[in-house]
Design a protein around this ligand. Structure first.
Ligand code: NAD
Length: 339
């Protein structure tokens, strides 16, 4: 049986060994939408470097021919093609099984993720429409903020287009990656062995680390637990401030996005027990989208593992997150209804 907090291996050597020691891995075509950006470029590098991927399609409104030419010289099997501009959007998606979407503007100091809504809502809606038309069976991994709204936007666009929205995922993996790192730092642990599930959404108080379910088990006094939880919730802002106007997290996000995409591909390839947290359609709370650990399968979500047993502190955080989640979801759904 899988553990609800099993941690996927992203070690490239492990992947290589696995790839060559199992029976023929399926051919996998991955698209990165927004591939020329701060996240898009390092994410595309990691995907190009993976033996799990046979074709890599790079789309952006600028610079993709250059990014594709550059990446195509790397001695890994994936064939790289660059597509640029709205005219090439449909072609960039044909035959893709996994589409990772970091297209859109990032935060500047003083901005919340919701401040990005006006620009990014239409970017994500446009890409989702093209996905519904050109690769409706692909798994969509949405990184563009505000994730709490962009995932409902993509789902509503799919419904309008008559496509099945059940393989649309909001990528919250960076919150898990940060929680693992910060817990390891505080406890003197090897960060590669730590796993902290993070549930809820991907903005401020909706980011809910479940320290009580961490593996290995860790304990903190109440004041330290509160400070740690708030640091995980505000970690994106920590990077935005440090970059002082030059954007938000890009390198750690590329790592996290690649980790999620590789988990999706492993599940598509039939690997069992692949668990990741992700922001998906959910009936576990009053919020119609909610992130929890899920078992990924060839068809998307194989099983939602739910919230597990929460501490009183964590239950309070969940309760406090619901109004904000509901309003972000409604904002996204209303946007598509009025399109
Ligand atoms: N989910 C997360 O944990 C997380 C973490 C960090 C950043 N983000 C979000 O990811 C997004 C991208 O951040 P970034 O730092 O890479 O920004 P960036 O500005 O460096 O790159 C964005 C790229 O998107 C491209 N783009 C714009 N409109 C497009 C369209 N219609 N189609 C395709 N591409 C388009 C731009 O040309 C640019 O290359 C932002 O919304 C940011 O808030 C999410």
């Amino acid at each position: 049986m899988f553990s609800r907090v099993a941690r996927p291996s992203t070690n490239v050597l492990n992947q290589l060994v696995k790839n060559f020691s199992t029976t023929q891995a399926a051919n996998r075509k991955v698209a990165v939408m927004g591939a020329s950006g701060g996240i898009g470029q390092p994410l595309s590098l990691l995907v190009k470097n993976s033996p799990l991927v046979t074709e890599l399609s790079l789309f952006d409104i600028v610079h993709t021919p250059g990014v594709a030419a550059d990446l195509s010289h790397i001695e890994s099997p994936a064939k790289v093609t660059g597509y640029v501009g709205a005219d090439q959007l449909a072609d960039s998606l044909k035959g893709c099984e996994v589409v990772v979407i970091p297209a859109g503007v990032p935060r500047k100091p003083g901005m919340t993720r919701d401040d990005l809504f006006n620009t990014n809502a239409s970017i994500v809606a446009g890409i989702a429409k093209a996905c519904a038309e050109n690769c409706p069976d692909a798994v969509l991994c949405i990184i563009s903020n505000p994730v709490n709204s962009t995932v409902p936007i993509a789902a509503e666009v799919y419904k309008k287009a008559g496509a099945d929205p059940s393989k649309i995922f909001g990528v919250t993996t960076l919150d898990i990656v940060r929680a693992n790192t910060f817990v390891a730092e505080l406890k003197g642990l090897d960060p590669t062995t730590v796993n902290v599930p993070v549930i809820g959404g991907h903005a401020g108080i909706t980011i809910i680390p479940l320290i009580s379910q961490a593996t290995p088990a860790v304990e903190f006094p109440a004041d330290q637990l509160k400070a740690l939880t708030e640091r995980i919730q505000d970690a994106g802002t920590e990077v935005v401030k440090a970059k002082a106007g030059a954007g938000s997290a890009t390198l750690s996000m590329a790592y996290a996005g690649a980790r999620f995409a590789f988990s999706v591909i492993k599940a598509l390839n039939g690997e069992e027990g692949v668990v990741e947290c992700a922001y998906i359609r959910s009936d576990l709370t009053e919020s119609t989208y909610f992130s929890t650990p899920i078992v990924l399968g060839p068809g998307g979500v194989a099983k939602n593992l739910g919230m597990g047993t929460l501490s009183a502190y964590e239950a309070g955080l969940v309760e406090a997150s619901i109004p904000e989640l509901k309003s972000s979801i409604k904002k996204g759904e209303d946007f598509v209804a009025n399109m």
